[in-house]
Write a protein that binds this ligand. Structure first.
Ligand code: PLP
Length: 411
């Protein structure tokens, strides 16, 4: 759950990447996202060892430039799903050939931009994507025939939260299986169909689902020009100490190789970054309602961690300077937003927290910085990289003037 470098020092205070978290918080303020570069790098290297550039990092999980650079340096490819993410991975120096571009409703500009940039693979999700790419070939914007994967909904039931289940028949993503052969044949008229793609969902711990996906796609491979099957991403990450250990990349690679002799691509996001991140907050109001509950309010909330409200995600919480003290209370850690669903952690066992103390939640490296909003006009936190006792702000804290920068005076 915690970054690999998380330790409690002789002074009893929690350190990550050699940095005392409460000292870091005093320096950069709260709330702040903290990413341990060593943990991130180790995860990237493990995936690179198992898959090389056949693993592309799902940028959506955490698109910070400094994160992308670690991914790039490990030799992984990158996966983008919007024009914004494409700009992020190109800006971070990924070779266009090592970029996979996805999405269920990209604009003509986004798709043509990908073609012009020379991205290595484009997943076509629907007939409109094919139309747009054919037009880009016809009008010369594509220098060569785009290499594509045809995305299918494999009808594999992922047993995950409905909001992150994508591979079932009733889905907005990809061609239904019944339409697969026709879609492949259509795409092949003007595009190089090098293979098939599917992504069954997120927070998956069961590798059988990936094997099932291959089994569904394999019979359709006879119709395509290449040998590529992409099983997407979705490998889970532990958020609570009792969560199961997520499967590792070597195990996934071994299982997939046993299922498909050709090229298998994967797109891990969370598996690379979730564990590397923690979030530091300052405790504010502590509200005890006798015989009912205790609310510990911190200076962030659903703006910088929407995952509890969106997916009922669960998190652990510790006090940074007393992480191992005996616990006095089982509390609900909440934020400062104007909703009762503004929860950071339920059932958090803590020593009685004092206002001003630093509270830390682990496993926040994926889909936190990426999904943060400015709801209630709360500026978004900075992202701070830690390594070898040094910390570096790599995304600055949003300022109040940033929040108003798009207002048009007199408009
Ligand atoms: N690939 C595709 C097509 C996705 O839609 C997603 C997530 O939504 C991912 C990869 C990454 O998922 P995860 O971060 O759960 O590995």
């Amino acid at each position: 759950v915690w970054p690999a470098t998380a330790v409690v020092g002789p002074d009893g205070r929690l350190r990550v990447g050699g940095c005392v978290l409460s000292d870091l918080a005093a320096d950069v303020g709260t709330p702040s996202y903290v990413v341990c570069r060593a943990t991130l790098r180790a995860a990237c290297e493990a995936w690179a060892e198992a898959f090389g550039a056949r693993a592309s990092y799902a940028t959506k999980a955490n698109p910070a430039r400094a994160v992308l650079e670690v991914v790039r340096d490990a030799g992984l490819a990158a996966d983008a799903s919007t024009g914004g993410e494409l700009a992020a991975v190109l800006g971070a120096g990924f070779e266009p050939a090592r970029i996979v571009f996805h999405g269920n409703n990209r604009s003509a500009d986004e798709l043509a931009g990908a073609v012009e940039a020379g991205v290595g693979l484009i997943a076509v999700d629907n007939d409109r994507d094919i139309d747009i790419l054919e037009a880009a070939v016809a009008d010369g914007r594509a220098r060569s025939r785009p290499r594509v994967l045809v995305r299918l909904t494999p009808n594999v039931e992922p047993h995950t939260h409905a909001h992150v289940a994508t591979g079932q028949a009733d889905s907005k993503f990809g061609f239904p299986l019944a339409a697969a052969e026709a879609a492949i044949a259509r795409a092949r008229r003007r595009l190089d169909v090098v293979g098939l793609h599917a992504h069954v969902g997120s927070m998956l711990f069961d590798l059988d689902l990936f094997e099932e996906t291959v089994d569904v796609l394999a019979p359709l491979m006879a119709g395509v020009d290449g040998d590529v099957i992409s099983v997407g991403g979705g490998i889970g990450a532990a958020h609570l100490p009792d969560d199961p250990e997520p499967p590792g990349p070597q195990e996934l690679a071994r299982r997939l190789a046993g299922r498909w002799p050709g090229t298998v691509l994967v797109e891990p996001g969370r598996a690379l970054v979730a564990r590397a991140g923690v979030t530091v907050y300052a405790v504010g109001n502590v509200r005890r309602i006798p015989d009912v509950n205790t609310y510990v309010a911190v200076d962030g909330g659903m703006g910088e961690n929407p995952r509890v409200a969106l997916y009922d995600a669960r998190y652990e919480a510790r006090l940074a300077d007393r992480p191992l003290d005996a616990t006095d209370v089982v509390a609900t850690v909440v934020g400062k937003h104007c909703e009762s669903g503004d929860v950071i952690a339920r059932g958090a066992a803590l020593p009685w927290p004092e206002p001003g103390e630093i509270l830390v939640t682990p496993a926040t490296g994926a889909y936190h910085h990426a999904m943060a909003s400015t709801y209630n006009l709360v500026p978004r936190p900075p992202l701070v990289m830690v390594e070898d006792g040094r910390h570096e702000v790599v995304v600055r804290r949003e300022r109040l003037e940033d929040l108003f920068a798009r207002e048009v005076p007199g408009g």
